[in-house]
Design a protein around this ligand. Structure first.
Ligand code: BGC
Length: 431
């Protein structure tokens, strides 16, 4: 019989006896603060959680139920001030550079280097995630804002075609209303009105003018006839919406479209993820086209995760998270669920549905097609964004305000706004 020797016993059995606590100690974890609370957004979070768990990384969920970036950034600020920052957070666009400049973000240069991000990511995405030559965010996906969703069943029952121009859109309104259907679902929430308006502005102008307004904030652009035209079109669109326009969450609008209460919805393509999650297949229950006049353009909104630089104790877990989100396997699945397109230039378009393939085609065609979303923080600093969004909203809500009055108010107001530090996009678009 073999003699019991403590050292041998320890070598053989200690790892097993400690297995449970060992795993718990070894499993790294990161808390991720985000605002994804809709059905599809939650599915996307679940997918990330599951994939990361397979690699022994625990995603501790930090949902801020506000359902928008504003609430999430307020919570993030107060948690940082209280010394209780999460390890990672969903921060998009200019907020990334604003936070990086305060020295609050961890660089993930080594992850970017080993994953060859510079070569593999779309150049636009690669530029967005760098601040002062450091990579400070891991990109998840690219959403297209100028998307018009329509309920296929309603359109085929009434023998209608999706509109290719605003005139065609106007002709649909009485036909849908006579059938007892709201032509266009819309919310009066400030960010949702701004999301519609930026698309409308592009539809009646071009990317250079769009940037004069939202990136360069030129007072003269607000007095331009094209700006007036965009305001008029916004007001005309109200005829297609319920009166008064309700203060609804975007996921409720998606449901209205899915249920056939509304025929169309203009919104970022996270709506596609939501419609899919509600059981509607692309090109069966609904389909999507570019908003009239914007087919050649892609108003982009890139979702990114930043890592908070608390100390170095969580660095390896944070780097692992960054590495995972950009991996081709996750990119494909995640973006399918989320409604966006991958951030990788060599993604497999064969696995995309028609909406994603179309968004992909336009976005990958180059900088002339890529237009930064104002409402989704790709175009200007937070102060300017809030001030401009409020003015657009005021005009949208107050039918008594004339177009000329709104123009003058905004032209005066933008003179007082900060010059755009994050205006790098302005140089990209060929004028
Ligand atoms: C984000 C999306 C999100 C949407 C609605 C956008 O600003 O980029 O990821 O799904 O807001 O919550």
């Amino acid at each position: 019989m073999q003699q019991f020797r403590p050292s041998r016993w320890r070598r053989l059995f200690m790892p097993c006896l400690l297995a449970v606590s060992c795993t718990a100690a070894q499993a790294q974890s990161v808390q991720v603060l985000h605002w994804w609370k809709s059905l599809s957004e939650q599915q996307a979070v679940n997918l990330l959680t599951t994939k990361l768990a397979q690699d022994n990384l625990q995603w501790r969920d930090g949902l801020v139920p506000s359902g928008s970036g504003v609430g999430a950034s307020i919570v993030l600020k107060s948690r940082i001030l209280a010394g209780n920052a999460p390890e990672a957070a969903q921060l998009n666009g200019v907020l990334v550079s604003e936070w990086a400049e305060l020295g609050l973000l961890l660089d993930i240069d080594s992850v970017a280097q080993s994953g060859k991000w510079e070569k593999n990511l779309f150049p636009k995405v690669w530029n967005l995630i760098q601040v002062k030559n450091h990579v400070v965010a891991a990109p998840l996906g690219v959403h297209r804002i100028n998307t018009l969703f329509y309920n296929k069943k309603i359109f085929s029952k009434l023998e209608l075609e999706p509109p290719a121009s605003w005139e065609e859109f106007d002709q649909l309104i009485p036909k849908l209303q006579q059938a007892g259907i709201t032509p266009l679902a819309q919310s009066s929430e400030i960010w949702q009105v701004a999301t519609l308006f930026e698309t409308v502005l592009l539809s009646v102008s071009n990317p250079a003018f769009y940037q004069d307004v939202f990136v360069r904030k030129q007072p003269s652009a607000f007095m331009d006839a094209r700006f007036a035209q965009a305001l008029k079109r916004l007001r005309l669109l109200k005829k297609a919406m319920p009166n008064p326009v309700p203060d609804k969450l975007w996921m409720d609008l998606s449901r209205q479209l899915a249920d056939g209460q509304a025929a169309m919805l203009i919104m970022g393509d996270w709506v596609k993820g939501e419609l899919n999650a509600l059981g509607q297949s692309t090109d069966v229950g609904f389909s999507c086209v570019a908003v009239p006049g914007t087919a050649a353009y892609h108003i982009y909104d890139v979702d990114t995760l930043v890592m908070l630089a608390k100390d170095n104790s969580k660095r390896s877990a944070q780097e692992k998270l960054a590495q995972w989100v950009v991996s081709p396997a996750l990119q494909q699945e995640y973006n399918q669920v989320k409604g966006s397109i991958p951030v990788l230039r060599n993604a497999d378009t064969g696995k995309m549905d028609s909406c994603a393939r179309n968004a992909w085609k336009v976005f990958s065609s180059g900088t002339a097609a890529q237009v930064p979303s104002f409402a989704h923080r790709m175009a200007t600093d937070e102060i300017s964004r809030d001030a401009m969004m409020n003015e657009i909203h005021r005009f949208f809500m107050d039918d008594q305000m004339t177009v000329g009055e709104a123009q003058k108010r905004m032209a005066t107001m933008v003179r007082a706004l900060p010059k755009n530090k994050a205006g790098n996009d302005a140089q990209d678009i060929n004028r």
